[in-house]
Design a protein around this ligand. Structure first.
Ligand code: NAD
Ligand code: TYD
Length: 354
């Protein structure tokens, strides 16, 4: 591994991964390719450690000529593919970009890698970052998802990610492209765009706005602190077996309502408001087709690569709340940009939570 292309490196997990590698892998050169959609921002890449080893290119992963040029000019030997449309609610209101970026974009990258590396696959790696949502929804007593659990995606987002996973595996079996995949659970932590559950609740609470919990709030997610996720990906790049998939999860499965309540308690302690923040919680109409429960069996990555999450949920949530409190300039910049306010109106006004 010497020259790494990181797609989606200006997004939430991608930018954390760029920082992670610049800190921990001193011999690597990094190129980020990112279209800077509403979800991506150069604010996420401000103040990088050892910035000289990082190059940013603004562009679309569906642009085959651009991808081909980057692979050639930077002599890329490793691709870590984060770029995606990633928000389930947006996929319900407008699925087309999900098909384009997640399926066509992944195909474009695979095809460019196959051609650029031209059968000389020694020392090359295509790593695809995917999601637990491809496995569908668990009932309360069902066992956690394993790497071999059959796919059953239920939203346009998860269906498009499932398609991309199938393409990645097909390139391994058909062409021998050295791929690895990680399917991870819900991430949280610094630099998450504030339309996902945890940052949305923190920022709404601080603004004295309602905290909109979908349905009964008894849905379950397996929360993974983003830095733990970055470490898992780095280990898979270093020691994962080509053709293999690794599940990555946080090892906790609270109800959504408990996560929101815990955030309120943390804010009551760290930035007390006029009354307890939990008083702002409201229940709003549910997401259509809302997956009830996700849980990850992480036995494979634990036994093969020795990875386990380092942050339990309590510690991770505290670190996250602190980060959002300490980074007001970032919050102001990303909430002012792109279509953040338009999205908040579109998704929440009809739910009676504005
Ligand atoms: P994000 O939405 O924060 O960032 C996505 C990035 O991709 C943005 O910077 C955006 O500008 C860029 N992008 C989008 N379309 C592009 C295109 N056509 N060309 C180039 N760049 C484009 O997403 P995230 O939360 O950082 O997720 C990263 C990856 O991890 C995604 O593949 C997602 O499916 C997967 N994942 C995320 C989570 C989670 O909880 N966030 C959980 C499981 C899996
Ligand atoms: P989200 O952060 O959108 O991630 P995902 O849909 O990929 O799991 O949502 C996490 C959970 O929180 C999910 O069960 C939906 C729920 N949720 C709310 O209850 N209210 C909200 O305003 C949002 C954005 C999410």
């Amino acid at each position: 591994m010497k020259n790494i292309l990181i797609t989606g490196g200006a997004g939430f997990i991608g930018s954390n991964f760029v920082r992670h590698l610049l800190r921990l892998a001193p011999d690597l050169n990094l190129v980020t390719l990112d279209a800077l959609t509403y979800a991506g921002s150069l604010e996420n890449l401000r103040g990088l450690p050892d910035e000289a080893r990082h190059t940013f290119v603004q562009g679309d992963i569906c642009d085959a000529a651009l991808v081909e040029r980057i692979l050639r000019e930077h002599q890329v030997d490793t691709i870590v593919h984060f770029a995606a449309e990633s928000h389930v609610d947006r996929s319900i209101l407008g699925p087309a970009p999900f098909v384009q970026t997640n399926i066509v974009g992944t195909f474009t990258l695979l095809e460019a890698a196959r051609q650029a590396w031209d059968g000389k696959f020694e020392g090359k790696r295509f790593h695809h970052v995917s999601t637990d949502e491809v496995f569908g929804s668990l009932g309360p007593g069902d066992p956690a998802f394993e790497e071999t659990t059959p796919y059953e995606p239920r939203s346009p987002y998860s269906a498009s990610k499932a398609s991309s996973d199938h393409l990645v595996r097909a390139y391994f079996h058909t062409y021998g492209l050295p791929v690895t995949l990680t399917n991870c659970s819900n991430n949280y932590g610094p630099y998450q765009f504030p339309e996902k559950l945890i940052p949305l609740m923190i920022l709404n609470a601080l603004a004295g706005k309602p905290l909109p919990v979908y349905g009964d709030g008894k849905q379950v997610r397996d929360w993974l602190y983003v830095e733990d996720h970055c470490e898992a990906i780095r280990l898979v790049l270093e020691r994962g077996r080509a053709g293999e998939t690794y599940n990555v999860g946080g090892g906790n499965q609270p109800h959504n309502i408990d996560v929101v309540t815990e955030l309120c308690v943390l804010l009551d302690e760290l930035r007390p408001g006029p009354g307890p923040y939990a008083g702002l919680i409201i229940h709003v109409p549910d997401r259509p087709g809302h997956d009830r429960r996700y849980a990850m069996n992480i036995g494979r990555i634990q036994s093969e690569l020795g990875w386990s999450p380092r942050h339990d949920l309590k510690r991770g949530l505290r670190a996250t709340v602190r980060w959002y409190l300490e980074n007001e300039a970032w919050v102001r910049a990303v909430s002012a940009q792109n279509d953040y306010q338009a999205w908040m109106d579109k998704n929440y006004t009809k739910r009676g939570a504005k």
